[in-house]
Design a binder for this molecule. Structure first.
Ligand code: SAM
Length: 216
């Protein structure tokens, strides 16, 4: 257990009390006989897992919070486990080109440059050709969640002991820089309502094209 997973063991029950699921994937997922394997990366309270399961996907739900693992196991029995996406060796559990869909809802903005790039390359590796990553990340306008607050360890990446966790805030260039390691990037800037405040985010859909296998 790391101090960052401890933070989420404490935060996730509060998120569940404060927020209603906003069905952000509604109408976006492709359906089809051969489109069925999904990974919920940093699944938290399991809302996206439930949504994916209700839409016919076989879902693998992973998170490094033990609270999340216990809770989501009850929804997605046998397919939920502890996984720290910042540890490169952890990714070995996933075969190449296995998932049609990877969902990472507000779970990719906690890592330094090197780790973020490695995570994107791993997502590229495990996606099928034509597979998609659906992600949401904080933008640099997300002041409420800490943009510009604390020690800037790297451009747009902040350490702030008062907030308990390191956070990255993305601008347009960052979205392209990181997410193009997964595939062709489409993104929109939106404001959602979360944790009692308006939250500026990027909603990103990346498609792994046939020629975009980066590594095996
Ligand atoms: C803001 S919550 C989002 C949870 C969920 N995706 C949702 O939208 O409700 C961020 C999630 O990412 C998980 N997370 C953060 N860093 C992680 C890491 N290194 N490995 C795995 N999960 C991580 C946290 O435990 C937490 O569940």
């Amino acid at each position: 257990m790391s101090k960052f997973s401890d933070y989420w063991n404490y935060r996730l029950p509060k998120h569940a009390d404060l927020n209603k699921y906003d069905f952000w994937l509604e109408g976006k997922l492709e359906n089809g006989k051969n489109i069925k394997q999904a990974l919920d990366l940093g699944c938290g309270n399991g809302d996206d897992t439930k949504f994916l399961m209700n839409n016919g996907y076989s879902v693998v739900s992973v998170d490094f919070s033990e609270y999340s693992n216990d809770k989501v196991s009850k929804i997605n029995k046998g397919n939920t486990f502890y996984f720290d996406m910042s540890e490169t060796h952890s990714w070995k559990v996933f075969p190449n080109e296995f998932f049609n869909v990877v969902v990472a809802n507000l779970s990719l903005h906690y890592f330094d440059d090197k780790t973020t790039k490695e995570i994107m390359k791993q997502i590229n590796r495990i996606l099928t050709h034509g597979g998609k990553l659906y992600a949401r990340v904080n933008t640099t306008d997300e002041k409420e969640a800490g943009a510009g607050d604390g020690e800037q360890i790297e451009p747009n990446f902040y350490k702030n002991p008062n907030r308990g966790i390191n956070k990255r805030f993305f601008n347009n260039e960052d979205v392209i820089k990181y997410f193009s390691l997964v595939g062709t990037v489409n993104f929109t800037e939106k404001v959602i309502f979360m944790n009692g405040h308006s939250k500026p985010i990027f909603e990103i859909i990346c498609t792994k094209e046939a020629e975009q296998t980066l590594e095996k």
